[in-house]
Design a protein around this ligand. Structure first.
Ligand code: SF4
Length: 342
Protein backbone atom coordinates (compact mmCIF):
# COMPACT_ATOMS: atom_id res chain seq x y z
CA UNK A 1 0.00 0.00 0.00
CA UNK A 2 1.40 3.40 -0.98
CA UNK A 3 -0.26 5.66 1.51
CA UNK A 4 2.63 8.13 1.26
CA UNK A 5 1.34 9.22 -2.11
CA UNK A 6 -1.85 10.57 -0.66
CA UNK A 7 -0.39 11.97 2.53
CA UNK A 8 1.54 14.61 0.64
CA UNK A 9 -1.62 15.79 -1.07
CA UNK A 10 -3.19 16.10 2.36
CA UNK A 11 -0.33 18.18 3.57
CA UNK A 12 -0.12 20.66 0.69
CA UNK A 13 -3.08 22.99 0.99
CA UNK A 14 -5.72 21.00 2.71
CA UNK A 15 -6.02 23.85 5.14
CA UNK A 16 -7.76 25.85 2.44
CA UNK A 17 -10.13 23.24 1.00
CA UNK A 18 -11.62 20.08 2.37
CA UNK A 19 -10.97 16.79 0.62
CA UNK A 20 -14.07 15.77 -1.30
CA UNK A 21 -12.94 12.46 -2.74
CA UNK A 22 -10.14 10.12 -1.77
CA UNK A 23 -9.37 6.91 -3.58
CA UNK A 24 -6.93 4.49 -1.94
CA UNK A 25 -5.40 1.53 -3.79
CA UNK A 26 -8.53 1.17 -5.91
CA UNK A 27 -8.58 -1.98 -7.98
CA UNK A 28 -10.96 -3.55 -10.51
CA UNK A 29 -10.37 -6.86 -12.26
CA UNK A 30 -12.97 -8.26 -14.68
CA UNK A 31 -13.04 -12.03 -15.28
CA UNK A 32 -12.55 -12.88 -18.96
CA UNK A 33 -15.62 -14.50 -20.50
CA UNK A 34 -14.71 -17.82 -22.09
CA UNK A 35 -16.57 -20.07 -24.50
CA UNK A 36 -17.87 -23.47 -23.37
CA UNK A 37 -14.97 -25.28 -25.08
CA UNK A 38 -12.34 -22.97 -23.58
CA UNK A 39 -13.82 -23.57 -20.12
CA UNK A 40 -13.78 -27.30 -20.74
CA UNK A 41 -10.06 -27.39 -21.53
CA UNK A 42 -8.82 -24.75 -19.13
CA UNK A 43 -9.89 -24.23 -15.55
CA UNK A 44 -7.72 -21.15 -15.20
CA UNK A 45 -9.70 -17.93 -14.76
CA UNK A 46 -8.11 -14.94 -16.44
CA UNK A 47 -8.77 -11.33 -15.51
CA UNK A 48 -8.67 -8.00 -17.31
CA UNK A 49 -6.73 -5.81 -14.88
CA UNK A 50 -8.71 -2.65 -15.66
CA UNK A 51 -7.66 -0.60 -12.62
CA UNK A 52 -4.68 -1.58 -10.53
CA UNK A 53 -4.21 -0.02 -7.09
CA UNK A 54 -4.57 3.63 -7.92
CA UNK A 55 -4.66 6.36 -5.26
CA UNK A 56 -5.45 10.05 -5.51
CA UNK A 57 -7.56 12.67 -3.88
CA UNK A 58 -9.53 15.70 -5.00
CA UNK A 59 -10.43 18.77 -3.00
CA UNK A 60 -13.82 20.42 -3.06
CA UNK A 61 -14.44 22.68 -6.05
CA UNK A 62 -11.51 21.32 -8.05
CA UNK A 63 -11.35 19.51 -11.36
CA UNK A 64 -9.21 16.38 -11.47
CA UNK A 65 -8.76 14.97 -14.96
CA UNK A 66 -7.87 11.37 -15.67
CA UNK A 67 -6.11 11.20 -19.03
CA UNK A 68 -4.89 8.28 -21.11
CA UNK A 69 -5.44 6.19 -24.21
CA UNK A 70 -8.58 4.08 -24.51
CA UNK A 71 -8.34 0.95 -22.37
CA UNK A 72 -6.19 2.63 -19.72
CA UNK A 73 -8.88 2.23 -17.04
CA UNK A 74 -10.08 5.81 -16.73
CA UNK A 75 -13.75 5.06 -17.49
CA UNK A 76 -13.74 2.09 -15.11
CA UNK A 77 -12.30 4.37 -12.42
CA UNK A 78 -15.15 6.85 -12.99
CA UNK A 79 -17.76 4.12 -12.70
CA UNK A 80 -16.15 2.79 -9.54
CA UNK A 81 -16.20 6.24 -7.96
CA UNK A 82 -19.95 6.68 -8.45
CA UNK A 83 -20.41 3.04 -7.42
CA UNK A 84 -21.96 1.83 -10.66
CA UNK A 85 -19.65 -1.16 -10.33
CA UNK A 86 -18.04 -2.71 -7.26
CA UNK A 87 -14.28 -2.59 -6.79
CA UNK A 88 -12.16 -5.72 -6.47
CA UNK A 89 -10.08 -3.99 -3.82
CA UNK A 90 -9.20 -0.63 -2.28
CA UNK A 91 -11.31 2.12 -0.76
CA UNK A 92 -13.33 5.14 -1.88
CA UNK A 93 -13.95 7.95 0.61
CA UNK A 94 -16.44 10.75 -0.05
CA UNK A 95 -16.27 13.66 2.41
CA UNK A 96 -14.27 11.42 4.72
CA UNK A 97 -16.84 8.63 4.74
CA UNK A 98 -16.06 5.20 3.37
CA UNK A 99 -18.54 4.61 0.51
CA UNK A 100 -16.81 1.55 -0.94
CA UNK A 101 -19.36 -1.01 0.21
CA UNK A 102 -22.57 1.01 0.38
CA UNK A 103 -25.67 -0.95 -0.54
CA UNK A 104 -29.43 -0.36 -0.80
CA UNK A 105 -30.76 2.85 0.70
CA UNK A 106 -27.31 4.21 1.67
CA UNK A 107 -26.08 3.76 -1.91
CA UNK A 108 -29.19 5.50 -3.24
CA UNK A 109 -28.55 8.37 -0.84
CA UNK A 110 -24.89 8.59 -1.97
CA UNK A 111 -26.02 8.85 -5.60
CA UNK A 112 -27.80 12.11 -4.78
CA UNK A 113 -24.36 13.57 -4.15
CA UNK A 114 -22.34 11.76 -6.80
CA UNK A 115 -23.53 11.79 -10.40
CA UNK A 116 -22.08 10.79 -13.76
CA UNK A 117 -22.33 12.28 -17.25
CA UNK A 118 -21.84 9.58 -19.87
CA UNK A 119 -19.84 9.86 -23.05
CA UNK A 120 -22.56 9.06 -25.54
CA UNK A 121 -25.50 11.49 -25.53
CA UNK A 122 -27.21 9.28 -28.13
CA UNK A 123 -27.25 6.21 -25.88
CA UNK A 124 -27.60 7.79 -22.43
CA UNK A 125 -31.16 9.01 -22.99
CA UNK A 126 -34.17 6.68 -23.25
CA UNK A 127 -35.52 7.25 -26.79
CA UNK A 128 -39.08 6.58 -25.59
CA UNK A 129 -39.03 9.20 -22.86
CA UNK A 130 -39.77 12.86 -23.44
CA UNK A 131 -37.00 15.18 -22.25
CA UNK A 132 -39.07 16.55 -19.38
CA UNK A 133 -39.68 13.04 -18.02
CA UNK A 134 -36.04 12.00 -18.47
CA UNK A 135 -34.77 15.04 -16.57
CA UNK A 136 -37.45 14.91 -13.89
CA UNK A 137 -37.14 11.19 -13.21
CA UNK A 138 -34.29 11.48 -10.66
CA UNK A 139 -36.39 14.00 -8.69
CA UNK A 140 -39.18 11.45 -8.33
CA UNK A 141 -36.87 8.50 -7.69
CA UNK A 142 -35.22 10.37 -4.80
CA UNK A 143 -38.53 11.67 -3.47
CA UNK A 144 -37.59 15.31 -4.01
CA UNK A 145 -40.44 16.53 -6.21
CA UNK A 146 -43.42 15.38 -8.26
CA UNK A 147 -46.11 17.04 -10.39
CA UNK A 148 -45.93 20.81 -10.86
CA UNK A 149 -42.99 21.23 -8.48
CA UNK A 150 -40.97 18.74 -10.51
CA UNK A 151 -41.92 20.48 -13.75
CA UNK A 152 -40.79 23.83 -12.36
CA UNK A 153 -37.38 22.43 -11.35
CA UNK A 154 -36.96 20.81 -14.79
CA UNK A 155 -37.87 24.11 -16.52
CA UNK A 156 -35.25 25.92 -14.45
CA UNK A 157 -32.61 23.32 -15.26
CA UNK A 158 -33.42 23.38 -18.98
CA UNK A 159 -32.82 27.11 -18.97
CA UNK A 160 -29.65 26.74 -16.94
CA UNK A 161 -28.15 24.36 -19.50
CA UNK A 162 -29.07 26.76 -22.32
CA UNK A 163 -32.16 25.01 -23.73
CA UNK A 164 -34.62 27.84 -24.10
CA UNK A 165 -37.53 28.25 -24.25
CA UNK A 166 -37.77 25.42 -21.72
CA UNK A 167 -41.41 24.82 -22.65
CA UNK A 168 -40.37 23.85 -26.17
CA UNK A 169 -37.79 21.30 -25.01
CA UNK A 170 -39.84 19.80 -22.16
CA UNK A 171 -42.11 17.78 -24.44
CA UNK A 172 -39.71 16.65 -27.19
CA UNK A 173 -38.07 13.25 -27.67
CA UNK A 174 -34.28 12.77 -27.80
CA UNK A 175 -34.33 11.99 -31.56
CA UNK A 176 -35.61 15.52 -32.19
CA UNK A 177 -32.43 17.03 -30.68
CA UNK A 178 -28.87 17.49 -31.92
CA UNK A 179 -25.90 15.83 -30.21
CA UNK A 180 -24.99 19.05 -28.42
CA UNK A 181 -28.56 19.54 -27.16
CA UNK A 182 -28.69 15.93 -25.94
CA UNK A 183 -25.46 16.36 -24.04
CA UNK A 184 -26.89 19.51 -22.42
CA UNK A 185 -29.85 17.37 -21.33
CA UNK A 186 -27.47 14.74 -19.95
CA UNK A 187 -25.59 17.43 -18.02
CA UNK A 188 -28.86 18.91 -16.72
CA UNK A 189 -30.08 15.49 -15.62
CA UNK A 190 -26.84 14.90 -13.71
CA UNK A 191 -27.09 18.34 -12.07
CA UNK A 192 -30.79 18.29 -11.19
CA UNK A 193 -30.26 16.59 -7.82
CA UNK A 194 -27.71 19.23 -6.84
CA UNK A 195 -24.81 16.78 -6.60
CA UNK A 196 -21.47 17.73 -5.09
CA UNK A 197 -19.29 15.37 -7.09
CA UNK A 198 -19.71 14.82 -10.83
CA UNK A 199 -17.82 12.29 -12.92
CA UNK A 200 -17.81 13.44 -16.55
CA UNK A 201 -16.79 10.58 -18.82
CA UNK A 202 -15.53 12.01 -22.13
CA UNK A 203 -18.55 14.36 -22.20
CA UNK A 204 -17.54 16.13 -25.41
CA UNK A 205 -15.90 13.38 -27.45
CA UNK A 206 -19.06 12.58 -29.44
CA UNK A 207 -20.12 16.17 -30.02
CA UNK A 208 -19.32 18.32 -33.05
CA UNK A 209 -16.05 20.20 -32.64
CA UNK A 210 -17.89 23.53 -33.00
CA UNK A 211 -19.98 22.80 -29.89
CA UNK A 212 -17.29 21.38 -27.63
CA UNK A 213 -16.07 24.66 -26.18
CA UNK A 214 -19.65 25.68 -25.34
CA UNK A 215 -20.29 22.43 -23.43
CA UNK A 216 -17.02 22.85 -21.50
CA UNK A 217 -17.93 26.45 -20.68
CA UNK A 218 -21.35 25.31 -19.48
CA UNK A 219 -19.74 22.71 -17.23
CA UNK A 220 -17.33 25.27 -15.78
CA UNK A 221 -20.14 27.77 -15.19
CA UNK A 222 -22.20 25.16 -13.33
CA UNK A 223 -19.14 24.12 -11.34
CA UNK A 224 -18.49 27.68 -10.20
CA UNK A 225 -22.17 28.32 -9.39
CA UNK A 226 -22.56 25.15 -7.33
CA UNK A 227 -18.96 24.71 -6.10
CA UNK A 228 -18.90 21.28 -7.70
CA UNK A 229 -16.01 18.85 -7.77
CA UNK A 230 -15.37 17.17 -11.12
CA UNK A 231 -13.60 14.01 -12.11
CA UNK A 232 -13.11 14.72 -15.79
CA UNK A 233 -12.24 11.74 -17.97
CA UNK A 234 -10.65 12.37 -21.35
CA UNK A 235 -8.13 10.97 -23.82
CA UNK A 236 -7.33 14.52 -24.93
CA UNK A 237 -4.71 16.45 -22.97
CA UNK A 238 -5.65 19.68 -24.75
CA UNK A 239 -9.18 19.40 -23.30
CA UNK A 240 -7.75 18.53 -19.89
CA UNK A 241 -5.61 21.67 -20.06
CA UNK A 242 -8.70 23.78 -20.57
CA UNK A 243 -10.79 22.41 -17.74
CA UNK A 244 -8.51 20.91 -15.05
CA UNK A 245 -6.81 21.96 -11.86
CA UNK A 246 -5.06 18.60 -11.53
CA UNK A 247 -4.19 15.92 -14.06
CA UNK A 248 -3.56 12.21 -13.47
CA UNK A 249 -2.04 10.32 -16.39
CA UNK A 250 -3.16 6.68 -16.61
CA UNK A 251 -1.50 3.83 -18.45
CA UNK A 252 -2.74 0.22 -18.42
CA UNK A 253 -4.77 0.64 -15.24
CA UNK A 254 -2.19 2.61 -13.26
CA UNK A 255 -1.52 6.27 -12.59
CA UNK A 256 1.98 7.08 -13.83
CA UNK A 257 2.04 10.81 -13.14
CA UNK A 258 -0.05 13.27 -11.11
CA UNK A 259 0.45 17.00 -10.92
CA UNK A 260 -1.14 20.36 -11.14
CA UNK A 261 -2.12 21.18 -14.71
CA UNK A 262 0.71 23.71 -15.02
CA UNK A 263 3.30 21.15 -13.91
CA UNK A 264 2.10 18.50 -16.35
CA UNK A 265 2.36 20.96 -19.24
CA UNK A 266 5.52 22.85 -18.25
CA UNK A 267 7.60 20.05 -16.72
CA UNK A 268 6.18 16.66 -17.70
CA UNK A 269 8.27 13.88 -16.20
CA UNK A 270 7.01 10.48 -17.33
CA UNK A 271 8.00 9.43 -20.88
CA UNK A 272 4.34 8.50 -21.55
CA UNK A 273 3.12 11.95 -20.52
CA UNK A 274 5.75 13.49 -22.81
CA UNK A 275 4.55 11.32 -25.70
CA UNK A 276 0.92 12.34 -25.11
CA UNK A 277 1.94 16.00 -25.03
CA UNK A 278 3.91 15.68 -28.23
CA UNK A 279 0.78 14.34 -29.96
CA UNK A 280 -1.19 17.56 -29.33
CA UNK A 281 -1.40 19.49 -32.63
CA UNK A 282 0.43 22.83 -32.58
CA UNK A 283 -1.44 25.67 -34.34
CA UNK A 284 1.81 27.37 -35.39
CA UNK A 285 3.71 25.02 -37.79
CA UNK A 286 6.93 27.03 -37.32
CA UNK A 287 6.96 26.32 -33.58
CA UNK A 288 9.33 23.46 -32.90
CA UNK A 289 8.37 20.78 -30.44
CA UNK A 290 9.86 17.48 -29.34
CA UNK A 291 8.32 14.73 -31.47
CA UNK A 292 8.04 11.53 -29.43
CA UNK A 293 6.70 8.50 -31.24
CA UNK A 294 5.36 5.67 -29.11
CA UNK A 295 6.48 2.20 -30.12
CA UNK A 296 3.84 -0.46 -30.84
CA UNK A 297 0.35 -0.86 -29.42
CA UNK A 298 -0.99 -0.76 -25.87
CA UNK A 299 -0.28 -4.27 -24.44
CA UNK A 300 -3.05 -6.54 -23.19
CA UNK A 301 -4.30 -5.80 -19.71
CA UNK A 302 -4.93 -9.54 -19.22
CA UNK A 303 -1.19 -10.28 -19.25
CA UNK A 304 0.40 -6.87 -18.77
CA UNK A 305 4.19 -6.49 -19.10
CA UNK A 306 6.26 -7.13 -15.98
CA UNK A 307 8.03 -4.33 -14.08
CA UNK A 308 7.07 -0.96 -15.54
CA UNK A 309 4.07 -1.69 -17.75
CA UNK A 310 5.22 1.00 -20.16
CA UNK A 311 8.65 -0.58 -20.82
CA UNK A 312 7.88 -2.27 -24.19
CA UNK A 313 6.98 1.18 -25.62
CA UNK A 314 9.43 3.36 -23.74
CA UNK A 315 12.45 4.89 -25.50
CA UNK A 316 14.31 5.09 -22.18
CA UNK A 317 13.67 1.56 -20.89
CA UNK A 318 16.53 0.02 -18.88
CA UNK A 319 17.08 -3.54 -17.65
CA UNK A 320 15.61 -2.61 -14.27
CA UNK A 321 12.37 -1.44 -15.93
CA UNK A 322 11.61 -4.97 -17.12
CA UNK A 323 11.65 -6.52 -13.65
CA UNK A 324 10.91 -3.83 -11.10
CA UNK A 325 7.74 -1.76 -10.90
CA UNK A 326 8.51 1.91 -10.21
CA UNK A 327 6.50 3.35 -7.30
CA UNK A 328 4.62 6.61 -7.65
CA UNK A 329 6.84 9.05 -5.78
CA UNK A 330 6.79 12.72 -4.97
CA UNK A 331 9.47 14.60 -6.91
CA UNK A 332 8.48 18.16 -6.24
CA UNK A 333 5.59 19.81 -4.40
CA UNK A 334 2.31 18.45 -5.78
CA UNK A 335 4.05 16.45 -8.54
CA UNK A 336 4.39 12.65 -8.49
CA UNK A 337 5.77 10.24 -11.07
CA UNK A 338 6.27 6.48 -11.36
CA UNK A 339 9.47 6.02 -13.35
CA UNK A 340 12.96 4.63 -12.64
CA UNK A 341 14.56 7.60 -14.40
CA UNK A 342 13.88 9.67 -11.28
FE1 SF4 B 1 10.46 4.06 -19.23
FE2 SF4 B 1 11.66 2.65 -17.33
FE3 SF4 B 1 10.52 4.98 -16.73
FE4 SF4 B 1 9.05 2.85 -17.33
S1 SF4 B 1 10.38 3.09 -15.57
S2 SF4 B 1 8.75 4.90 -18.07
S3 SF4 B 1 10.30 1.88 -18.90
S4 SF4 B 1 12.26 4.65 -18.07
Amino acid sequence: MRLNQIIWLNASDMMKREVELKVVNLKKYFPVQKSFLERLFSKKIEYVQAVNEISFQVKKGEVFSLVGESGCGKTTTGRLIVRLIDPTGGKIFFKGKDVTSLKGESLREFRKYAQIIFQNPYASLNPKMRIGEAMGDPLEIHGIATGEKKKKIVFEMLEKVGLEPAKKFYGVYPFELSGGQRQRIAIGRAMILNPELVVADEPISMIDVSLRAKILELMLTLKDEKNLTYIFITHDLAVAKYISDWIGIMYLGEIVEIGRKEQIFSTPLHPYTKALLSAIPVPNPKRKREDIQLKGEVPSSINPPSGCKFHPRCNFAMEKCRSSKPPLQLLEKDHQVACHLF
